[in-house]
Design a binder for this molecule. Structure first.
Ligand SMILES: C[S@@+](CC[C@H](N)C(=O)[O-])C[C@H]1O[C@@H](n2cnc3c(N)ncnc32)[C@H](O)[C@@H]1O
Length: 214
């Protein structure tokens, strides 16, 4: 299989996984693979505490139901939000809820060239799934490269950490990223990097990596 065929197959698997959950659970954090709304809120709070989103154009890759946009609005943070996802049902819900935002159905790994540039390219939870057809770090590296090409000011990515929460069972379907490896990857692009690994475990330990464009 060449790279395009790999990404095409991953796309089909991802589509099937989320659509199955959506038809079972509807609009809920569990459909997205999150435990509960408060977990998402912890992550979003860490994001706004570490980046000034106000006034920015944000390209949210794997936006789901655009819960991050809802959070920003609830905090009075006004921005130009563009959500991207592969799941038409998620985008239909998001469009209905947020007619003031833009939404694009696209597979970022294969169709990033037709997406607009933005001040900030962000992704939350899109890289957590353990891949079988490609090494996860290669997948993450390809993602980071495409995201950095699209961003005028910053790329923001979140990951589940190899420094796991004690006593929380390891999940077989999940890929845990080593923060030092992600940091090394980020330094290929810029010396202006921030790694946040000290927010509340939710319930697994996560981290956020921010790359600032030069
Ligand atoms: C764990 S969910 C997170 C949703 C949202 N970011 C949030 O925090 O609530 C991951 C989302 O990424 C989307 N996704 C996965 N791979 C993608 C890709 N290659 N291009 C665009 N979206 C993708 C999935 O469809 C899913 O909606």
């Amino acid at each position: 299989m060449n790279k395009n065929e790999v990404y095409e197959t991953i796309y089909k698997e991802t589509l099937a996984r989320y659509q199955t959950r959506y038809f079972e659970l509807g609009v809920s954090p569990q459909t997205l693979g999150w435990g509960k709304t408060s977990d998402q809120q912890e992550r979003f709070t860490a994001l706004i505490n570490n980046y000034a989103f106000h006034g920015e154009t944000i390209l949210d890759i794997g936006c789901g139901f655009a819960d991050f946009y809802e959070f920003l609005k609830s905090k009075g943070i006004l921005c130009n939000y563009i959500g991207v996802d592969i799941i038409p049902e998620f985008l239909a819900c998001a469009r209905k809820k947020f007619p003031d935002a833009a939404f694009i159905q696209a597979n970022f790994m294969l169709e990033s060239s037709r997406l607009p540039r933005a001040d900030v390219v962000i992704t939350n939870g899109t890289l957590n799934f353990k891949q079988t057809l490609i090494n996860n770090m290669e997948y993450t590296s390809d993602f980071m490269k495409l995201a950095y090409e699209k961003a005028d000011k910053a790329v923001i990515m979140d990951f589940l950490s190899t420094y796991r929460t004690k006593n929380y069972p390891k999940e077989e379907q999940v890929f845990y990223h080593d923060p030092s490896e992600v940091l090394k990857m980020a330094f290929r692009y810029t010396n202006d990097v921030k790694l946040i690994h000290n927010y509340q475990a939710i319930p697994q330990k996560e981290f956020i990596c921010m790359l600032y464009s030069n």
